[in-house]
Design a protein around this ligand. Structure first.
Ligand code: NAP
Length: 511
């Protein structure tokens, strides 16, 4: 979109002092920018460390990359696109959609690329956040919206000898398109949401595909199809029809929440039976079927949608290897049974470091307290997943416990963008020095969520990125998306300590 480090547009992106700084230009940050403008707050900038908008849809370009949530729901509710080419759009089309939103809502002048935040420190007296970028530039803002995403930075596995491998190796989120896989022997490590898209895409072209599976996932068929030109024309002419389809799909996804999340219920057992039947239909070999049969409750890890993953695994040039990987040598992957699996390329489909649990850069709030330290000591907590006590005027998008396991994440981020815009309007209209969420409100919110976690499939005994090192889920919201939207609908100042500027007095005064 723009070259790294270039200055975009006119004034908004070129100053040093702002009312609001948004960090990140993915779906969340762009949504925040749109809402801020609509709320009449135009003195802001969106900082993006890369050279383009799009976040995860800019970074993930692996073959087969697509969304596993239907596009009519995985798009902004206020910006429906009638011409999605497929029911589940591919990454390029989603990336294009985000770019088109940037153009339509005229956000380019507010974007600054190549701007990687290194540190953010709150200056209590001035009521200002002071940000330092990686290149040393200093910016200030009355408020910050951190929209940095949760699954951004690749998790590289700690496999002994990985660095000694003589062939090529890369992570799915850093796909090397200049590496030609045709006729090559390829290892894919991991069988999560990214792997099940890559594997069918590359299987027909490689000579041998070795899939290293640590845990088999629950897989359900994906109703992916090309959207007929007739339907697209109809959606363009009758947006209300597309909205009805969107609402229907959203309602269906909400209905699946119970079977997926309420552990061992009759509905979840029914879903498991359906998934077993699907596996049986797709995989004829009993030995392979046994390897692919999960031994944990459905919903505990993300349920994967694919209609071409099992058929790809059943092909003659594919081996599913379930022996543990013990090391990588210059020639290939060695498993616990002593076999060296010689390959030319290793694809690491090993997921992401969950950056909800630690701030992605140094954030220091009141009295210089570090957000990472607070979260490391007490777990990642934020009121509504957006506000952290002691970090005034700092708002998170997709913060702790605001991810879904069953529907579109954009439903949550839209609610957040709107809530944050309301909060910032209050801050500026009342000329407050800062808004600081009350500790007891944050604790009450967090404790109530964690109490509900105990009854979910997420904590029913599997390993997943949903859980932190203590086995606690600080990633997902344990309720319907509609509940979250309702709870985050209205900014309620009484949940916050409001501090005003008092002329001539440096200490805070309650509003
Ligand atoms: P993931 O779900 O975390 O899967 C990582 C895979 O790598 C797992 O199978 C894991 O095994 C395996 N693994 C990790 N370290 C390993 C090691 N040292 N040795 C062997 N295997 C190892 O990551 P992902 O597939 O990239 O997906 C992450 C998330 O991104 C998804 O849950 C989803 O939220 C999002 N995503 C979404 C879409 C979409 O279509 N919307 C597509 C891709 C990703 P274990 O299961 O045993 O840990």
């Amino acid at each position: 979109m723009r070259k790294r480090g270039s200055q975009i547009g006119s004034s908004p992106a070129q100053k040093a002092d702002y009312r609001v700084i948004v960090i990140g230009a993915g779906f969340s940050g762009i949504n925040a920018g749109i809402r801020l403008k609509q709320a009449g707050i135009t003195d802001f900038v969106i900082l993006e460390r890369a050279d383009d908008v799009g976040g995860t849809w800019r970074d993930n370009t692996y073959p087969g990359c697509a969304c596993d949530v239907p596009s009519v729901v995985y798009s902004y509710s206020f910006e429906q696109r009638p011409d999605w080419s497929r029911s589940f759009a591919g990454n390029h089309e989603i990336h294009q959609y985000i770019r088109r939103c940037v153009e339509k809502y005229d956000l380019m002048p507010w974007l600054r690329f190549g701007a990687s935040v290194q540190q953010a420190v709150f200056d209590d007296r001035a009521g200002l956040w002071r940000l330092t970028l990686e290149d040393g530039r200093q910016l200030t803002a009355r408020a910050v919206v951190s929209a940095v995403g949760g699954l951004v930075n690749p998790a590289y596995p700690a496999i002994p000898g990985l660095e000694t491998f003589k062939g090529q190796q890369f992570h799915t989120a850093r796909w090397q398109h200049d590496v030609d896989l045709r006729g090559k022997r390829v290892a894919v490590i991991g069988t999560g949401a990214s792997a099940i898209q890559v594997i069918p895409a590359i299987q027909p072209t490689v000579s041998r595909l070795k899939v290293f599976q640590r845990t088999p996932a629950w897989v359900l068929p994906k109703p992916d199809f090309a959207v007929a030109a007739r339907t697209r024309r109809l959606f363009a002419r009758l947006p209300v029809l597309q909205r009805a389809v969107r609402n229907g799909i959203f309602a269906a996804s909400e209905a699946i929440f119970g079977p997926l999340v309420i552990v061992d219920s009759p509905a979840s057992r029914l879903l498991e039976r359906g998934a077993h039947a699907y596996l049986k239909r797709q995989i004829q070999s009993p030995a392979l079927r046994r390897k692919l049969t999960p031994d944990f409750h459905i919903g505990c890890k993300r349920v994967l949608l694919s209609s071409d993953y099992y058929p790809a695994l059943a092909q003659e040039n594919v081996d599913v290897i379930t022996d543990a990987i013990v090391q990588v040598t210059p020639r290939g992957v060695v498993t616990a049974d002593g076999t060296t699996h010689e390959v030319d390329v290793i694809v690491l489909a090993t997921g992401f470091r969950l950056d909800i649990g630690n701030a992605p850069f140094e954030v220091r709030g009141l009295e210089g307290v570090s957000l990472s330290d607070v979260w490391a000591r007490r777990g990642s907590k934020a009121y509504l997943g957006m506000a952290v006590s002691g970090f005034p005027n700092w708002f998170l998008m997709l913060g702790p416990n605001t991810g879904p396991g069953h529907t579109s994440v954009l439903v949550y981020t839209e609610a957040q963008a709107s809530y944050i815009a309301q909060a910032l309007k209050t801050l500026f209209e009342r000329n407050l020095r800062y808004l600081n969420v009350r500790q007891r409100e944050q604790d009450a919110w967090h404790d109530a969520l964690q109490a509900r976690m105990r009854h979910t499939s997420w904590t029913s005994g599997c390993r997943s990125w949903y859980l932190d090192a203590n086995g606690e889920n600080h990633a997902l919201f344990p309720g319907l998306a509609s509940e979250y939207v309702l709870r985050a609908k209205t900014f309620r100042p009484e949940k916050y300590d409001l501090t005003v500027f008092v002329p001539g007095v440096e200490e805070s005064a309650p509003a």
